[in-house]
Design a protein around this ligand. Structure first.
Ligand code: 26W
Length: 827
């Protein structure tokens, strides 16, 4: 049989090679000798895509024929990362394609690296959506991801003299081989205008919305492969275009340029991703983006439903719609409008359908990130939706009054309309009322939602608010990004862990096996060497792969406390300057992350890190033992490189601020140890891997609250702590800014005057904990043992576990294995 499978293998490789050449010639129109790397990337991708098509179409047909419930994941962001490598792994043809490429004179790795990633998300929330799509498909759950096809995704970050500069992300320019435009599936979306009453054919009084403008939403579908299954789900992203009718109307009065201008305005709707990750800015275009993709998606689901059924009565049996944060919460009044105004349901029946359909995931505890929209803005843009929101609120508050007679305060707090000053619509309240489940994303986060942010809703509906701890996909974050480690694990315990991550437990005994430990160390070293070759140090000697790689990659935000990390670095710098004999292991501090363009303090922190890097890396007295690398433009692609080479994972947010974190999981899976606070999912990671394998420091949530209640004064700490005092002074007196004492004053002032994220309060605990980290690192056997145990015990944090919980606790859907019945087009 071996000979047989070998001939099959040869056949496959031959077909792939023919595929590349064919695509190059017929689809891209180039002759081999003239083909660019991009041409080759496209040719290889189209060839791979062809192999997904049979499964994709087969899956869609299976869903249509059988009565399967579909999960709709509504998200303003999908941070997918590069597709090619992932698709090769999930299809199981990586080796054959690599071989076919080599025989065609191509380097598959180079082709993979060439892909311009679709960065249609800011950070955690968008990446979570992407991991969940991977798990849904791999678990054979019928699902559609609905979002926006931003022409420009997350901006590219460059540095100019240490400052962040934003460059537009033209990800579509080289061509996107993974999407299918479905022009005939377009839908129309209104805005503005007015509402009116009218009598229908039966003389019944009804309301309708007469929009002032229309735009067209065009879907672009990207197939989402499961891992080695027949299921191929779909990511359906909407792009805005002007409808034809508009063109004609303008054209008739002879205003050709006016019509073209209108077209341009329509297209701005899906032009660019808003790069704020926490602050809600109240921009009308952002609200309209949300409404646009939500309306397109609801209309699309209704069309799919009516394709199978006579009416929408059983809609919630066919679709479970998840709202990824409040960004798509306008779906609640939109679905009400479609049911009542368009499909003529009475209010109560419509409300029944709506509330059985939606569920809402909350991703944040920061009050400034809770979305609210000015009532006046909604009145202008979506007048009918505002009326519907008022009616939802009126009925909801009647219920609240019935439950808490005489309590006007609770009514004020729970109202969907904030009337404390200028009037706003509170989107979190709308999402809580409009669905049947609310979930937090880590145990601690959910507990805090119950006790603070959503305390009133939890009291009213004690069963509605539940926890589903986040997870990440081991396909992308281990198999794709860390082939060396995956291979070692495979040879030790097989490969069931790839779809059942708890199976990594079998690695535990190997933590005592010296041969295995040595291989583990060699792999970490090789991964570290890779990054040293990729990045050369600009100011000093090249990075040293023997050093402790201490990594913090995530959005730059004060609550995540990159500046706490930096104060530790400055402290080590001073210690080394004062005591050149100091016995500490060499460390490479690695940073990565973008700041929202309008977030001044975050941008100044980037400048500060780069300024300290310049001085430290350039100082021969310390740069053999202390170096800093700020990798520009942190994105999924760079994540693939960073997680596998990290020794230490920095998860140092102030307790009570990080909803979950997901980078923390990716690091631990790849055998990094964590230095972290009791925040977000860190709490559960520590529980799983064991307290003795986790470097814990800092105040817990209770201590943070107590400290604040007692009147927190950072100045006192500054006055009392000598090392901290000296570190802050070094920055303030211009040591890292060529003598400029003004440059970093805003950071220093913030720390000394308010310190809203209690950096100074946790400073000493952090520095002490890092001392311990250094000591353990000097015992490589002990370190490696701890690292292996982290990986062995991280199974809980697979997104497969998260999705299984969503299916059981919220969506009520079951796996729907797809049989391969569809024949390919005849030869
Ligand atoms: C309105 C502006 C805005 C935009 C994006 C506000 C908030 C957001 C996101 C919710 C920010 C985000 O990505 N949150 C992160 O979600 C992850 C997935 O659940 C969590 O792991 C992170 O802790 C949380 O910060």
């Amino acid at each position: 049989n071996y000979g047989n499978s070998q001939t099959n293998e040869r056949k496959t490789i031959k077909k792939l090679k023919r595929g590349f050449a064919y695509k190059l010639f017929y689809q891209l129109g180039v002759w081999t000798q003239n083909a660019s790397l991009n041409d080759y990337y496209l040719a290889v991708s189209y060839t791979v895509r062809d192999r997904m098509q049979q499964l994709f179409i087969n899956t869609i047909r299976a869903f249509q024929q059988k009565d399967s419930k579909i999960v709709s994941y509504l998200s303003a962001e999908f941070l997918m990362g590069p597709h090619l490598h992932n698709n090769l792994i999930n299809l199981g043809i990586y080796d054959q394609v690599a071989q076919a490429a080599a025989e065609s004179g191509l380097d598959l790795q180079q082709i993979i690296d060439h892909e311009e990633e679709p960065g249609l998300g800011n950070g955690g929330l968008g990446r979570l959506a992407a991991c969940y799509l991977d798990s849904l498909a791999s678990l054979e759950i019928p699902a559609i991801g609905y979002g926006i096809r931003y022409e420009f995704g997350m901006f590219d970050q460059a540095f100019d003299n240490g400052w962040q500069k934003e460059l537009s992300d033209r990800w579509l320019q080289p061509g996107n081989p993974w999407e299918f435009k479905k022009a005939d599936m377009a839908v129309e979306v209104g805005s503005g205008g007015y509402t009116e009453q009218y009598k229908d054919d039966h003389g019944k009084l009804r309301v309708r919305w007469v929009p002032g403008k229309l735009v067209k939403g065009i879907p672009y579908d990207t197939p989402i492969l499961g891992y080695r299954v027949n299921t191929v789900n779909m990511l359906r992203l909407w792009s805005a275009e002007a409808p034809k009718s508009f063109d004609f109307a303008e054209f008739n009065v002879g205003d050709y340029l006016g019509a073209v201008h209108e077209k341009m305005l329509a297209e701005t709707i899906s032009k660019v991703l808003y790069p704020n990750d926490e602050q809600s800015h109240g921009k009308a275009l952002r609200l309209y983006q949300q409404y646009f993709f939500v309306s397109c998606s609801m209309q699309d689901m209704i069309r799919i439903h009516l394709f199978q059924f006579e009416n929408l009565d059983n809609f919630s049996d066919k679709f479970a719609v998840q709202l990824n944060d409040t960004h798509p919460a306008i779906a609640v009044p939109e679905f009400m409008r479609l049911l009542v105004d368009v499909h003529h349901y009475d209010w109560d029946s419509a409300w029944e359908i709506v509330t059985h359909t939606f569920a809402y995931t909350n991703h944040t505890l920061l009050p400034e990130a809770l979305e609210k929209w000015p009532v006046a803005m909604l009145a202008g843009l979506l007048p009918r939706h505002l009326e519907i929101i008022y009616e939802i609120n009126r009925r909801f508050l009647d219920l609240v009054r019935l439950e808490y007679p005489g309590d006007v305060d609770v009514v004020r707090r729970m109202s969907i309309i904030d009337e404390t000053g200028e009037r706003y619509v509170r989107m979190a309240n709308l999402a809580c009322v409009g669905g049947h489940a609310i979930n937090g994303v880590a145990q601690l986060h959910t507990k805090l939602l119950k006790e603070h942010t959503l305390v009133d809703f939890h009291r009213l509906w004690p069963d509605k608010l539940i926890n589903i701890t986040n997870g990440v996909t081991p396909r992308r974050w281990m198999v794709v990004s860390n082939p060396r480690l995956s291979q070692l694990i495979r040879s030790a315990i097989g490969e069931e862990w790839i779809t059942d991550l708890k199976k990594l437990q079998a690695l535990e005994p190997l933590a005592e096996d010296s041969a295995f430990c040595e291989k583990w160390q060699q792999i970490k070293f090789a991964n570290k060497q890779d990054i040293c070759t990729m990045f050369a140090c600009k100011q000093g000697p090249n990075y040293n792969p023997q050093a402790l790689f201490d990594v913090q990659v995530k959005r730059i935000h004060e609550y995540k406390r990159q500046h706490l990390n930096l104060l530790h670095i400055v402290t080590l710098y001073q210690r080394l300057k004062n005591n050149p004999e100091l016995d500490i292991p060499p460390r490479l501090f690695i940073f990565g992350g973008k700041a929202a363009p309008s977030y001044f303090m975050a941008k100044l922190i980037i400048k500060l890190i780069n300024s300290v890097a310049e001085v430290v890396n350039g100082d021969p007295a310390v740069n053999k033992r202390l170096q800093i690398l700020f990798i520009p433009n942190y994105n999924v692609q760079i994540g693939h490189i960073v997680y596998p080479m990290a020794d230490l994972s920095e998860q140092i947010s102030l307790a009570g601020k990080e909803a979950s974190g997901t980078g923390n999981m990716k690091f631990a899976m790849n055998g990094a140890l964590t230095v972290g606070t009791l925040d977000g999912a860190n709490v559960e990671i520590r529980e799983e891997v064991g307290a003795e394998n986790f470097f814990l420091f800092g105040m817990n949530v209770g201590e943070v609250e107590a400290r604040r209640a007692a009147g927190y004064n950072p100045q006192d700490i500054y006055n009392e702590n000598k090392e901290l005092h000296a570190a802050i002074n070094l920055i303030a007196t211009g040591h890292f800014s060529h003598g400029d004492r003004e440059l970093f004053r805003p950071v220093i002032d913030s720390l000394l005057k308010h310190d809203p994220f209690m950096v100074l309060a946790d400073y000493q605990a952090y520095v002490d904990c890092q001392q311990q980290v250094g000591e353990v690192f000097q015992d490589p056997q002990r370190w490696t043992r701890m690292a292996i145990l982290n990986a062995a015990r991280i199974g809980k944090f697979s997104s497969d576990r998260s999705i299984t919980e969503y299916c059981r606790k919220i969506w009520q859907v079951k796996p729907f294995p797809v049989a391969l019945t569809l024949q390919r087009v005849p030869d």
